[in-house]
Write a protein that binds this ligand. Sequence first.
Ligand code: G3P
Ligand code: CA
Length: 253
Amino acid sequence: TVTTLPPGFSAPARVIAHRGASGSAPENTLSAFRLAHELGARWVEFDVRLTTDGRPVVFHDDHLDRTTDGGGPLAETPLSALGDLDAGQWFDPAFAGELVPTLEEVLDLLSDMGMGANIELKPHPGHERETAEISLSVARELWPPEAPPLLISSFSDSALAVARDVAPQWPRGLVVGALADDWRDRAAQVAAWSIHCDAELLNARGVAEVLDAGYRVMVYTVNDPGRAVNLWDWGVDSIITDRPEALLSLAGS
Ligand code: G3P
Ligand code: CA
């Protein structure tokens, strides 16, 4: 089954800023989302994980080491400890003092700026249900009903199945690497609206296969303008990029 979207749904933009404008600001921070807006992007993608005390925060890796001055698994860290960590210095000293934001802070900022959002749920293994339930409960409370629906994506079928049950009003995106033989079954199980493919592993035939089956095609992560034009020519709907400024003038809408 392909999800039917609510009346008035405006499809995601052709260009979606990956973890915010993460080519020019530290990924998944409020600065990266503000910069995406300043650069003209209308949609952002970001990652959501739970802290050990079950608070949804916007963060990509399972460990804190790469993008903060802390360390260890995020899933073993309480929210209160994240307030002591610097999430900007690693990228550039100009961003020193940047914090790991909560989902609540990010959704508040995005709705204030009138931006659309693709929330990627990244559950710690075994915590798929609570990651989806808690994150979507926060999102339901905060996201204005008149704003474009959130696009909820995940590599995790279990998290998407929970999303389908607890927030059926929001479309779901199945994130895959290559298009494996089982992608149709997986997409049908979670009533997906879109398939999010690794651009490096996709060809024109794959795009046609997904479109023919009735799904939208999103691709990640494309920073080269020539490659982006090629993908749009194949029929790709939206491109997730670290460099929205490089793609926006080519997007056509
Ligand atoms: O949501 C698409 C893409 O962001 C998935 O890969 O590792 O960047 O979260 P990753
Ligand atoms: Ca992501």
